[in-house]
Design a protein around this ligand. Structure first.
Ligand SMILES: Nc1nc2c(ncn2[C@@H]2O[C@H](COP(=O)(O)OP(=O)(O)OP(=O)(O)O)[C@@H](O)[C@H]2O)c(=O)[nH]1
Ligand SMILES: [Mg+2]
Length: 380
């Protein structure tokens, strides 16, 4: 369930009574922005009489960021220079671990996220929301006008791909609030790339996620670090989150995906050998044999990747044996259809092979999932 605060007015308690707010800001070469963001946070702090700390989680930028924090002279702001496990998400996670107050805020350093919206995020937590996002895509939210088509499309596709994981409208946002106690209770966090909010929503199984409208301003100083590599990592991250949320279903889906690639391999090999003039019984068997090998390799690498450090030969023999029933079914169905039902006509042999594949697939999945790649085979 997600709610935009603007759509659901809440009982406005004064956030001064929040015991304290830890604002975590991941940074890489943001020296030029640090004085501005600290000034705006300080103005907010004084206006609302807030207890807060700011933690810059810096990946050893060496661009004067450390000096910029020191020069600002705020005893509530510090910078932690990280030298290992670099990356935006690990930096945020480490910052959350180091935070000392019960409310956590994450935001970018480039002033894209308005610090003035922090009270609204905190109020969301007060109104029993578990996670509150500063959102561009709820009523009242916006972005600067000069977002070109590519940037907009990019953000749109990324959001749509995350849709089965959460109904939140802006899960890509790097501006959000949550309780430290919820973070401390989170298990199995493993974010890659940029989408730390999505990781937390899925892994913490948050149901009650709020969205506060913000205006997202384009950065004025410094450069974007959102590279193509980071965007590709998002696909890897999504796959992990899908596995986490829909594990049983995802095994089957990926198995079917691999199976579909096996169909192509099977038909290609079979058709090639028919062209060469080899006997049909051999072509059918060779198509099955080659696709069996490619299916095994792909399932080992992707579908059941948790078991991919097991000895490959033993696993392959297991895969072949466990698939034997499926193979026999496949071959028997294909051959008998070819001899009794699909005797003539274009692609009769290929159609018979397809029916055999479908019948054998069910047996193969059960064998692979529960015998060959079953979890207790995996060494810890
Ligand atoms: N610690 C750390 N921070 C990072 C890293 N990459 C980016 N950041 C910070 O994460 C925040 C978001 O990065 P941006 O480069 O602004 O990415 P973006 O907001 O998606 O892209 P733009 O809209 O082009 O600014 C900024 O505060 C960056 O300094 C990193 O590898 N390590
Ligand atoms: Mg940015």
């Amino acid at each position: 369930m997600t709610k935009a605060i603007s759509e659901h007015p809440i009982d406005l308690c004064d956030i001064r009574f929040t015991a304290g707010i830890s604002i975590i800001i991941p940074t890489y070469q943001e020296a030029a922005n640090i004085p501005y963001i600290l000034k705006r946070i300080d103005t907010l702090r004084q206006a609302r009489d807030l207890t807060l700390e700011v933690l810059f989680m810096d990946d050893d930028s060496r661009d004067g960021s450390v000096e910029a924090v020191a020069a600002a002279g705020f005893d509530w702001a510090r910078i932690i220079v990280r030298k290992a496990d670099r990356g935006l998400s690990p930096a945020v996670i480490e910052g959350f671990e180091a935070a000392r107050y019960p409310v956590l805020i994450c935001m970018d350093c480039d002033l894209s996220h308005p610090p003035e919206a922090i009270p609204n995020l905190v109020l969301g937590l007060h109104s029993s929301q578990q996670f509150v996002i500063g959102s561009r895509y709820v009523p009242g939210g916006s972005t600067d006008d000069d977002w070109g088509f590519f940037r907009w499309f990019n953000s749109f596709v990324a959001t749509v791909l995350a849709r089965p994981l959460t109904a939140v409208r802006d899960p890509m946002s790097g501006f959000f609030a949550m309780r430290k106690s919820d973070f401390d209770a989170a298990r199995d966090l493993n974010p890659v790339g940029y989408k730390v909010a999505l990781e937390l929503i899925v892994k913490c199984s948050f149901e009650n996620v709020g969205e506060v409208p913000i205006h997202f301003t384009d950065r004025q100083h410094g450069e974007s670090k959102l590279t193509l590599i980071e965007q590709l990592k998002y696909i890897q991250h999504l796959r992990r989150l899908y596995m986490h949320k829909f594990s049983g279903m995802m095994y089957l889906l990926q198995f079917l995906f691999v199976g579909a690639s096996g169909v192509v391999v099977n038909l290609a090999v079979l058709s090639l050998l028919v062209l060469v003039g080899l006997p049909e019984w051999f072509c059918l068997a060779a198509g099955i044999g080659v696709s069996l090998c490619t299916n095994f390799l792909l399932n080992r690498r992707f579908t059941f990747s948790y078991a991919r450090r097991e000895p490959v030969l033993r696993q392959f023999l297991g895969f072949v044996s466990a698939s034997l029933l499926g193979l026999v079914v496949n071959y028997a169905v294909a051959l008998s259809l070819r001899m009794n039902v699909l005797e003539d006509g274009p692609f009769a042999l290929q159609l018979a092979a397809l029916a055999g594949i479908a019948a054998g697939m069910g047996f193969n999945f059960l064998g692979a999932r529960y015998l060959v790649f079953r979890k207790r085979f995996v060494r810890r």
